[in-house]
Write a protein that binds this ligand. Structure first.
Ligand code: PEP
Ligand code: MG
Length: 289
């Protein structure tokens, strides 16, 4: 254990086995990104973009999306930033992505499924990300991936976004690591199929727990059942670390839970991404300082 900590530097812990545990931050605002910087987070492991859109009636244009992203990323200049494409649908409905009525929204057209159903909205957001990330270590992440074919389709739209920006003479970040969230059990079980296709993997334990245990994450009466420390969820995490050639991190709530985080570390995970207020407590609990 590392026993010396400079003030406000909670981003890295040397474990007893000599490996480094990295603490990253989940953010959705400039204030949270500034807190992440102050606390010494290794990077932003999850920048949730849907919060920019929730109170909008119409789709914000490329320029305004670009400005919003620039503002949130600014405090973390120089550090890796993982921006997640819109995760609309289910618990995060957006009026300008008309999914329609679904009997089971959590099993419906949400996340990447919705983006592939509305490729123009997806492409517009990707262009805004590439432009806003021009001077950043930008990574782009896809929510609710199920099959490698979806990732291939998304990559074609990303490549197209790059070509369009190039043709229009807009400076932008390129190339950009392109990764997936692992929140559908099928992805965990078939992780090997994503080798060579994805640049990184980030476990969305909130949804992975919901889908593995058939336990609605929004149902308060099922909170005890829907626990990421369930052996089935941990087994999937361990399997992903073993099977993935790309780095595996976790950005669900479990990553910031001092009871569960050690179990995730036991599974081989060395990147935990959590809300900034949890960083110092996690650092103290794991490093013992
Ligand atoms: C998750 O599912 O664990 C996750 C990080 O994404 P969200 O909570 O936004 O669905
Ligand atoms: Mg999720």
């Amino acid at each position: 254990h590392q026993d010396q900590n400079s003030a406000g530097s909670y981003g890295q812990i040397t474990l007893n086995d000599g490996s480094t545990l990295e603490l990253w931050a989940n953010v959705a605002s400039t204030a949270e990104a500034a807190a992440a910087r102050r606390l010494g987070a290794t990077g932003i492991g999850l920048l949730r973009t849907e919060f920019f859109f929730l109170d909008q009636k119409t789709l914000p244009d490329e320029e305004s999306q670009c400005q919003s992203l620039r503002q949130v990323m600014a405090p973390m200049q120089g550090l890796p930033i993982v921006v997640r494409a819109l995760d609309a649908g289910a618990d995060k409905p957006l009026s300008f992505i008309p999914i329609g009525t679904e009997a089971n929204p959590a099993l419906g057209r949400r996340g990447l499924r919705a983006l592939l159903a509305y490729p123009d909205i997806f492409a517009l957001q990707l262009r805004a990300m590439l432009r806003a990330g021009q001077d950043h270590d930008l990574h782009i992440m896809l929510p609710m991936v199920t099959n490698p074919e979806e990732l291939r389709s998304a990559r074609m739209i990303l490549d197209q976004a790059h070509r369009e920006l190039e043709a229009a003479g807009h400076p932008h970040r390129w190339p950009v690591p392109f990764g997936i969230m692992a929140e559908v059990p099928a992805v965990a079980l078939c992780m090997k199929q994503f080798n060579g296709l994805t640049d990184f993997v980030s476990i969305g334990s909130n949804d992975l727990t919901q889908y593995t245990l058939a336990s609605d994450r929004s149902n308060a009466l099922l909170q005890t059942l829907g626990n990421a420390a369930h052996p089935a969820v941990l087994e999937l995490c361990r399997k992903m670390v073993q099977d993935s050639h790309a780095p595996v991190s976790i950005c669900g709530e479990a990553a910031g839970d001092p009871q569960i985080a050690p179990l995730l570390v036991d599974c081989g995970i060395r990147r935990l991404s959590m809300a900034p207020p949890r960083l110092s407590n996690m650092y103290t609990r794991v490093s013992g300082t």
